[in-house]
Design a protein around this ligand. Structure first.
Ligand code: PLP
Length: 369
């Protein structure tokens, strides 16, 4: 019997898509590279972990409750988020990480023939979800390491449905000021969705950095993403959300998968929001100290550095980033090679604790030619 050709079932845009290969679990990597300890500086995780109240929720989760489905729309969490942000809880959709809400938005607005506009060197998931959904992604080169508003506007055509702006940008740390974001929203007009991904907004301490949620009243086509993975240290639990105008959120809600957000995540996120122990202040102080330290050390080593907002910076190396990754892994340092962000020879390093930063500097000194 001949094998049926199942590949013919698959749309060309899926067949042609390169799957993302996740890295192996830490113990496997440690065996592979022969290191006794591994500093994870590749995913912008918070080395302080979740706020104490969220840790308590995780510790005390009643095991029999594992049998019971969670709230399908993160009811209590949205109540609290609504109060914190001064919006109606109906304007919020919670997802299995901000990654999932990206897919909600693209599914809600795009069909084949449509396009999205974003940058070439930014969080890649906007582009990936579009492309494997058969939607064109127009990736506009950064200008001066930031999103190029004029070029993004010029890329808009009648089939452009969504513009994605990462503010501050991962990986360059650049940001649009309030004035610049307003100017962009005004120029786009109300006929397309503008997504502002604020995954790292809690790290930014600049006066002129805009809170996208506060602009929702003026711009009903604006959608803001937030996550609990970075500042709130809940990456393992997978929880993030979007906020938008009621009519826009009512549309996006149709493409949401109910029950994709588990109960421990919902309760831990709620406790993280209510934390009053200074977790954000402590994390910001740690990031600030590490940014100054690491930037200084890299400069002494003669490595060009791009360090803006966010809990990460980029260093340019005199060798390939993928080779540097393997060499640093042998020293117990896991960084993010930037070839996947279209920045070969660059690595992104998470700003973590002093011990990790010193280990990273020592490893870099060892591997540099
Ligand atoms: C980490 C990250 C996200 C996604 O976070 P989740 O873990 O899926 O909530 C979204 N956008 C940017 C820019 C990020 O760096």
């Amino acid at each position: 019997m001949t094998q049926p050709n199942l590949e013919s079932l698959v749309p060309a845009y899926v067949r042609e898509f390169e799957p993302y290969i996740p890295s192996r679990p830490d113990p496997e990597l440690m065996k592979l590279y022969g290191c006794a300890r591994l500093y994870r500086l590749n995913n912008n995780e918070n080395p302080l972990g979740p706020p104490p109240g969220a840790q308590e929720v995780i510790r005390r989760f009643p095991p029999p409750q594992g049998a019971v489905y969670p709230s399908g729309d993160s009811y209590y969490l949205r109540q609290e988020l609504g109060a914190v942000h001064g919006v109606d809880p109906g304007q919020i959709l919670v997802g299995n990480g901000a990654n999932e809400v990206i897919a909600f938005v693209i599914k809600a607005f795009c069909e084949q023939g449509d396009n999205i506009v974003t940058a070439d060197k930014t969080f890649a998931v906007y582009e990936w979800v579009a492309v494997f959904s058969g939607i064109e992604a127009r990736v506009i080169p950064l200008k001066d390491e930031g999103f190029d508003d004029a070029a993004m506007l010029a890329a808009i055509d009648p089939r452009t449905k969504i513009l994605f702006v990462c503010n501050p940008n991962n990986p360059t740390g650049s940001y649009w000021t309030r004035e610049r974001l307003r100017g962009f929203l005004a120029a786009v007009g109300g006929r397309r969705i503008v997504v502002v991904d604020e995954a790292y907004c809690e790290f930014v301490e600049q006066e002129d950095f805009p809170n996208g949620i506060s602009l929702l009243g003026e711009y009903p086509n604006l959608v803001v993403f937030r996550t609990f993975s970075k500042m709130y240290g809940l990456a393992a639990l997978r929880i993030g959300y979007l906020v938008g105008a009621p009519e826009v959120v009512d549309m996006i809600r149709r493409t949401c998968v109910v029950y994709s957000v588990n109960r421990i995540a919902q309760e831990a996120a709620l406790a993280a929001l209510k934390d009053d122990t200074g977790h954000i202040r402590r994390t910001r102080a740690l990031v600030r100290t590490s940014r100054t330290f690491l930037r200084g050390e890299l400069a002494k080593m003669g490595l060009p550095v791009i360090a803006g907002e966010g809990n990460y910076l980029i260093a340019k190396l005199p060798l390939s980033d993928t080779l540097a990754y393997r060499k640093l892994m042998r020293e117990g340092i896991m960084i993010r090679p930037m070839t996947g962000f279209r920045c070969p020879n660059h690595i992104r390093i998470t700003l973590a604790g002093q011990e990790a930063m010193e280990a990273c500097v020592a490893a870099l000194k060892k591997i540099l030619p």
